[in-house]
Design a protein around this ligand. Structure first.
Ligand SMILES: N[C@@H](CCC(=O)N[C@@H](CS)C(=O)NCC(=O)O)C(=O)O
Length: 240
């Protein structure tokens, strides 16, 4: 009997990576929402469970595990009958791990968190050109990761796809659309992930929540052309 409790907020990309994994593995769990604005994650009982006070945080019986990448690997290792989502073969696993580290170091902490800090802590009203350039470089790398395969770590869906789609879909909907003409493989991959039956509930809904907050902070960057690109994407996003 599985006794899993996930703490977090659905707008958080790493939380959504865990939700996607739980769903793909059909694992029963309880989701305990935390109000991050109100500082729920900093309360003493939460700090005892996770001194780093980040979400997602997973409680499995007596054990607490945090960092989405550690959590999603753990879930497959412990609960999956098959190793498809996180292959045991050393080389295949190294490719998945590389993608997971890319998400942590480059996409999330290198780019996305910097943007969030600028917008929500420093009250910036534009995405700095350097930040956009870094993100486009990251998109170009992802395009290369997808050169020979439909998924980021090979011919089959893995936890690397869940981790990266949670962040990429958020920036795609908020300030840097994955344009089909520039990044055809990445755009097709996003559509492929979007067609998973649980994608809307476990990722898109939360991604939209956060993207709406980010876009509201960027009034100057939304001239008519820019706006139109987003309207097109938004209206098509649920159908992909
Ligand atoms: N690399 C971590 C990032 C976790 C993270 O920074 N989460 C944010 C929410 S998106 C958070 O908990 N921020 C609150 C804090 O750091 O106190 C992961 O993948 O779990």
């Amino acid at each position: 009997m599985v006794n899993l409790i996930l703490y977090g907020t659905e707008s958080s990309p790493p939380v959504r990576a865990v939700l996607l994994t739980l769903r793909a593995l059909q694992l029963e769990h309880e989701f305990r929402p935390l109000d991050m604005q109100a500082g729920d994650h900093l309360k003493p009982e939460m700090l005892r469970k996770n001194p780093q006070h980040t979400v997602p945080m997973l409680e499995d019986g007596e054990s607490c595990i945090w960092d989405s990448h550690a959590i999603i690997g753990y879930l497959v290792n412990k609960y999956s009958q098959s190793d498809e989502l996180y292959p045991k073969d050393p080389l295949q696993r190294a490719v998945v791990d590389q993608r997971l580290h890319f998400e942590t170091g480059v996409l999330f902490h290198g780019i996305f968190k910097q943007l969030q800090r600028a917008l929500f802590k420093e009250n910036a009203t534009e995405v700095a050109k350097d930040r956009l350039a870094e993100l486009r470089d990251a998109y170009a790398l992802l395009e290369q990761f997808l050169a020979d395969n439909p998924y980021l770590a090979g011919p089959q869906l893995t936890i690397a796809d869940f981790s990266i789609v949670a962040t990429v879909s958020t920036v795609h909907l908020s300030y840097c659309p994955v344009e089909d003409t520039k990044y055809p493989k990445l755009s097709a991959w996003l559509a492929r992930l979007s067609s998973l039956p649980f994608y809307e509930e476990d990722n898109l809904r939360g991604a939209r929540l956060l993207a709406d907050k980010i876009r509201a902070k960027l009034p100057k960057q939304f001239d008519k052309l820019w706006q139109k690109a987003f309207e097109d994407i938004k209206s098509g996003a649920g159908k992909q």
